[in-house]
Design a protein around this ligand. Structure first.
Ligand SMILES: NC(=O)C1=CN([C@@H]2O[C@H](COP(=O)(O)OP(=O)(O)OC[C@H]3O[C@@H](n4cnc5c(N)ncnc54)[C@H](OP(=O)(O)O)[C@@H]3O)[C@@H](O)[C@H]2O)C=CC1
Ligand SMILES: CC(=O)N[C@@H](CCC(=O)OP(=O)(O)O)C(=O)O
Length: 307
């Protein structure tokens, strides 16, 4: 049977990439509101209540409003915004970490933030395994392509070609910090230092570790082996054991829905750098939404993905 899918916010950056990944899929029929009606509350309420699946690709407040407009107990929701990522009653849509079975019956799924996807994928398995402490003040550095900020940031970077690097979140308390703490299983809020580079897509998320002063922490090789073991068999998350001298984000990067994890270690084992690379619009947003939709619909999780 064909399930109907309504993307609320379909004209935005994430919505368009989800529609790309669903194009040609016979299992789903996309419901599209034309330009004149896509922000019309009555038209949206009707589409939200008629669809089998709704994917919210909206700013947080509009996502909360959309959820409130659903007046039935049948429509299943994937919210790409950060409105519900630590909310009770919502399943966090990182299947590799929370378990694929949780997605199968979930009615409300919160798609992870792009940066938290890398951070949580690196830390959650290691904290769970006792190879890294839960009570540690972790720091996360990250750089993102400008599409991570949606239409507004794309417009800004495409207008001002002179921006070479944009450090932001300088007031601390970035909106991703709560989900990073909760879903990595940390008792201390991590310090998050994000930046944007003049590339459309792609991101690198790093957690540097002073292992020698972290009581009970595993050696870099043990951390790498534990991640490889945890993600063994995943078609999407790859744990690489190459040790390149540099990691490059390319401005010409094509869309991709994989997530690559690496552990770099000092020769004496005293320090390590955990590094995740992903496409903010792939596993960081639209690819993850389609993976979650597949699992919710009981389909192969990689259907339609760019692997
Ligand atoms: N970009 C990324 O890499 C990621 C984005 N996300 C999240 O996904 C969500 C969408 O982000 P993104 O696609 O980047 O943002 P965009 O700004 O590119 O798109 C948002 C879309 O929502 C539309 N919109 C805003 N308010 C309403 C409303 N009340 N009713 C209907 N449509 C509305 C906008 O309309 P208009 O076109 O008129 O402005 C726009 O088309 C956000 O919550 C974002 O934080 C999550 C992970 C990564
Ligand atoms: C480069 C950039 O601006 N990135 C966005 C995060 C993108 C993302 O993960 O989306 P959510 O807002 O849904 O969490 C930011 O830092 O706010």
């Amino acid at each position: 049977m064909t399930a109907t899918v309504f993307i609320d916010g379909a004209a935005g950056t994430t919505g368009l990439e989800i529609a790309d990944r669903l194009a040609g899929r016979s299992e789903f029929q996309l419901v599209v509101l034309d330009e004149a009606r896509r922000k019309d509350a009555a038209a949206r309420a009707e589409a939200l209540n008629d669809a089998d699946f709704v994917i919210l690709c909206l700013p947080d407040d509009a996502a909360r409003e959309a959820v409130a407009m659903i007046r039935n107990d049948r429509t299943r929701v994937i919210d790409a915004s950060s409105a519900h990522r630590t909310s009770a009653g919502w399943t966090y849509g990182l299947p590799e970490v929370i378990g694929r079975k949780s997605l199968a019956s979930a009615m409300r799924v919160s798609n992870p933030g792009c940066y938290p996807t890398g951070f949580i994928a690196l830390l959650a398995p290691l904290v769970r395994a006792g190879l890294l402490p839960a009570d540690w003040p972790y720091i996360c550095h990250a750089v993102s392509g400008y599409s991570g900020g949606g239409k507004a940031l794309i417009g800004r970077f495409e207008e001002d070609r002179d921006i070479a690097f944009r450090a932001y979140g300088l007031a601390l308390g970035h909106k991703h910090v709560p989900e990073m703490q909760v879903h990595a299983g940390l008792s201390i809020s991590p310090l998050f230092a994000p930046a944007v580079v003049p590339a459309h897509r792609g991101m690198l998320v790093e957690v540097p570790l002073q292992l020698s002063v972290m009581t009970g922490a595993g050696a870099p090789e043990a951390l790498r082996a534990a991640l490889a073991d945890f993600y063994a068999g995943s078609p999407i998350v790859q744990v690489l054991d190459d040790q390149p001298d540099e990691l490059l984000l390319r401005a010409s990067m094509d869309p991709v829905d994989t997530l690559s994890l690496r552990v770099f270690g000092a020769k004496d084992g005293s320090q390590a750098r955990l590094v995740a690379m992903l496409d903010n619009l792939g596993k960081g947003a639209s690819g993850a939404a389609v993976q979650n939709l597949n699992l919710m619909a009981g389909l192969e999780e990689t259907a339609g993905l760019r692997l």
